[in-house]
Ligand binder design. Structure first.
Ligand code: GLU
Length: 304
């Protein structure tokens, strides 16, 4: 029988709060209930915002919660060649293209396009989709700009990628989407447009790293917040293009603050550190996020 593999994948760009605690504890509970293996992955690809001291604090918070994971933990910044390899395959397959427009140029293009016309399409996160102009550049012009050292990102050619599919994309959803989507869910990545897969200042995007890592680590169950529900459509597309296995997904509800807003790493009051300093015990945290007490009253140990 294959052993289920779960992972918790925080980004060390701030302190963990109650929402992360819920996600980590839920992963560990589901992992323990299914006799699975628990992994931890530091998603520190964004070298501008991620810091080693946050990683240290995250590890301490998770240990305090009573969690354990298989060592060594995977740290994304140790594995740039894996992401580059996946990107190269997509470049060779002519599914990505160099995108040269700066943020300002994109804004100006869209402002212009919206004059007298309907609003420019937005992706599921509300960001404007990337304009199509760079796709019409000749190979020669692309090569000239790259040789001149002009900054560019690698973007997925969504249209070309969708044209390569032989069957509609789906995933198994054990949690739910914002509109109650559950069970077999149809993945519709088109609304994301030409997503970035690598930038000059960050060699691989979250979307690319997450599918590469889940495959390399043999993750069978992805348990994470509902804010990533729609991004799963992009993950399914990349898995298909790269021939990677498809895990089952469970997108859980987000822990909200008293005003019904998503918790943020910059607001300190729900930080585990602050709650702990205020006298909270790990079981108090479980109660606050609505999880049952750990079996036998002892901290839950996963991955054992
Ligand atoms: N690193 C992401 C975050 O901290 C989680 C990504 C995932 O679980 O797929 O929000």
């Amino acid at each position: 029988m294959t052993v289920p593999v779960f992972r918790f994948a925080p980004s060390p760009n701030g302190a963990l709060h109650l929402g992360h605690a819920y996600s980590a504890l839920l992963n560990a509970d589901l992992c323990a209930a299914s006799g699975g293996r628990m992994l931890l992955r530091m998603e520190d690809i964004d070298t501008e915002r991620c810091r080693p001291e946050y990683e240290v604090a995250i590890l301490a918070d998770l240990a305090w919660l009573g969690l354990s994971w298989e060592e060594p933990m995977r740290r994304q910044s140790d594995h740039f060649p894996d992401y580059r390899g996946a990107l190269d395959r997509l470049i060779d397959a002519e599914l990505v293209y160099p995108a040269f427009m700066s943020r300002g140029e994109v804004r100006a293009f869209i402002a212009d396009a919206e004059i007298g016309h309907k609003p420019w399409p937005r992706d599921p996160d509300g960001a404007p989709v990337y304009p199509p102009s760079d796709k019409t550049l000749s190979l020669r012009e692309r090569q000239r700009r790259m040789a001149d050292g002009q900054a560019f990102s690698w973007r997925l050619d969504m249209r070309a990628a969708l044209d390569r599919l032989s069957a509609p994309l789906e995933w198994m959803e054990d949690g739910g989407g914002p509109h109650g989507e559950t069970g077999r869910v149809r993945a519709e990545p088109a609304a994301w447009g030409d997503v970035v897969l690598a930038r000059k200042d960050s060699p691989a995007s979250y979307n690319l790293c997450v599918v590469v890592d889940d495959a390399i680590q043999g993750v069978s169950h992805v348990v994470r917040g509902r804010d990533l529900f729609y991004a799963t459509a992009v993950h399914r597309l990349l898995q298909d293009l790269l021939g990677l296995p498809v895990p089952a997904y469970l997108h859980h509800e987000l822990v909200l603050d008293a005003d019904g807003r998503k918790l943020s790493k910059s607001r300190g009051d729900t930080a585990l550190r602050a709650l702990r300093a205020g006298g909270a015990r790990p079981d108090d945290i479980r109660r606050m996020v609505g999880l049952p007490h750990a079996a036998g009253g002892a901290p839950l140990k996963s991955g054992e």
